[in-house]
Design a binder for this molecule. Structure first.
Ligand SMILES: [Zn+2]
Length: 134
């Protein structure tokens, strides 16, 4: 299949913010913060657990695209979040990076995208990149 991501995501053309040969970025259909975008690789990756050193350039590129669509040069670090759901929170079996401009819509969303939970749930893109590089 040429576009495996299309089995899981179907953004309308006006919701697409960025696209190149490696990734596509679009508005989350169900925004959980002031702005909420997803960056999705075109190569079929089921989730964070599948990532290894060979994916460093791709993950790095996804992060660059995230900065670009959130326009983070005008933001402070606490004003946005970029990262991935990990067990037990993962919902879609296809890798996708959440890009959020804060504030969150409610407390539950703040918890779902927090790295502070003892059982996991979310990992920031930068921390994930560091983990893979090791
Ligand atoms: Zn998710």
């Amino acid at each position: 299949m040429l576009d495996p991501w299309k089995a899981y995501f179907s953004p309308s053309s006006e919701d697409i913010l960025y696209e190149d040969s490696q990734v596509i970025a679009f508005k989350d259909r169900n925004p959980q913060a002031a702005r909420h975008y997803l960056v999705v690789p075109k190569v079929n990756i089921k989730g964070v657990e599948e990532l290894s050193r060979i994916h460093i350039p791709l993950l790095d590129h996804m992060i660059q695209v995230g900065h670009r669509i959130l326009n983070t040069t005008n933001l402070l670090p606490h004003q946005y979040r970029m990262g991935f759901h990990i067990k037990p929170f993962r919902s879609i079996p296809y890798l996708h990076m959440h890009c959020l401009l804060l504030p969150f819509r409610n407390t539950w969303q703040r918890i779902r995208f927090s790295e502070a939970l003892p059982f996991g749930g979310f990992i920031s893109a930068i921390r994930l990149l560091g983990k893979i590089q090791r």
